[in-house]
Design a protein around this ligand. Structure first.
Ligand code: HEC
Ligand code: HEC
Ligand code: HEC
Ligand code: HEC
Length: 215
């Protein structure tokens, strides 16, 4: 390629990158939130080095149509091994992780094999690094806690939570034993990574935090 052509090519790339940054996420306008199917995310375990699910199935490591492994609050036709860890919680009022949070920790404890599903025992591949929250959750945003609607002026009314990714529910509370709580899925949507970090609403301008906290 001649120098001039190369410069044109570089210029084009710069213009294209510019176009990408122009299509920005506007906190509060869910039509600007890009949507990325679970197929193209780290939650498709076939994308994880060394893991291969029969038939390149995406849902199988987490869900099964029959003979689910867990019941009660964790019954979303769950197919993955549960965590065996005992967790240190942020809030002294919180019990051990339940509901969706317990499901997350079946991989994000950094101990349970990510491909341990359907009772297959797994291959021993575990999450490492920052995504392995470990068994000490005392340095993570509290979960397993009741949302304090009784503190007006400090916490927003959940009825006003703005729409999230794909226009679906934004931050949300999870009802466990009839109590509306903050859990991992209050901020995260396991199935959609359009905003990165599987977030339900953008982190820009701390929009996520300000959904709940009046600060
Ligand atoms: C990495 C684990 C994981 C994978 C892979 C996964 N899910 Fe889920 N799914 C969850 C968790 C955790 C919940 C419960 C929490 C929640 O509702 O957000 C859930 C809940 C659901 C629900 C009930 C609540 C809802 O969002 O409607 C449906 C339906 C569902 N998943 C379908 C699927 C399908 C279909 C696939 C494959 C294309 C899939 N999931 C892949 C973890 C996963
Ligand atoms: C079947 C195993 C499995 C389950 C269950 C699971 N995850 Fe993950 N998750 C992974 C893997 C594997 C990665 C990629 C880790 C890495 O990059 O090192 C990941 C990455 C993530 C990331 C980082 C995404 C990014 O863009 O880097 C977030 C956030 C996340 N998971 C949240 C959750 C939440 C919340 C739940 C429960 C609702 C959950 N996960 C349940 C396996 C799982
Ligand atoms: C109050 C909101 C909130 C709650 C609750 C929450 N997270 Fe997150 N999480 C975030 C935000 C924001 C990020 C991205 C910024 C960061 O990495 O600190 C994130 C990042 C992550 C990551 C990626 C870490 C990395 O650096 O690769 C994982 C994995 C994750 N969360 C899992 C979980 C799990 C599992 C739970 C429940 C035990 C949970 N989160 C509860 C807001 C939350
Ligand atoms: C879904 C609602 C929700 C979201 C979103 C949320 N929080 Fe929270 N946050 C809570 C609740 C509820 C508590 C615990 C209140 C209590 O029990 O005292 C809490 C606790 C905290 C605390 C600890 C306060 C203490 O007294 O120890 C901090 C700091 C905090 N949140 C910061 C953040 C930040 C930063 C974000 C965004 C990344 C965020 N929160 C997102 C609901 C939320």
């Amino acid at each position: 390629m001649k120098i001039k052509n190369r410069l044109i090519a570089v210029g084009l790339v710069v213009v294209l990158l510019g176009a990408v940054t122009v299509a920005q996420v506007v906190p509060g306008d869910s039509s600007t939130y890009p949507s990325v199917s679970i197929v193209n995310t780290p939650h498709n375990l076939n994308n994880y080095p060394g893991v291969s699910v029969p038939g390149n199935q995406v849902c199988l490591p987490c869900h099964t149509p029959h003979n689910a492994l867990l019941s009660g609050e964790e019954n979303v036709l769950w197919n993955h091994a549960e965590t065996g860890e005992t967790f240190v919680m942020y809030s002294s009022t919180a019990g051990q992780p339940e509901g969706p949070s317990k499901l997350c920790m079946g991989c994000h404890d950094g101990v349970t094999a990510i491909d341990n599903y359907g009772g297959n025992g797994g291959s021993g591949i575990v999450i490492t690094g920052a995504a392995a929250l470990g068994s000490d959750l005392s340095n993570d945003h509290p979960i397993g806690i009741e949302y304090p609607t009784s503190l007006p002026g400090e916490y927003n009314d959940p009825a006003g939570f703005a729409p999230g990714i794909s226009g679906g529910s934004g931050v949300r509370l999870v009802a466990i034993s009839g109590v509306d709580r903050v859990e991992c899925t209050s901020c995260h949507n396991v199935h959609n990574n359009g905003l990165g970090d599987f977030l339900r609403v953008p982190l820009q301008e701390s929009y996520l935090c300000l959904q709940c906290h009046i600060k």
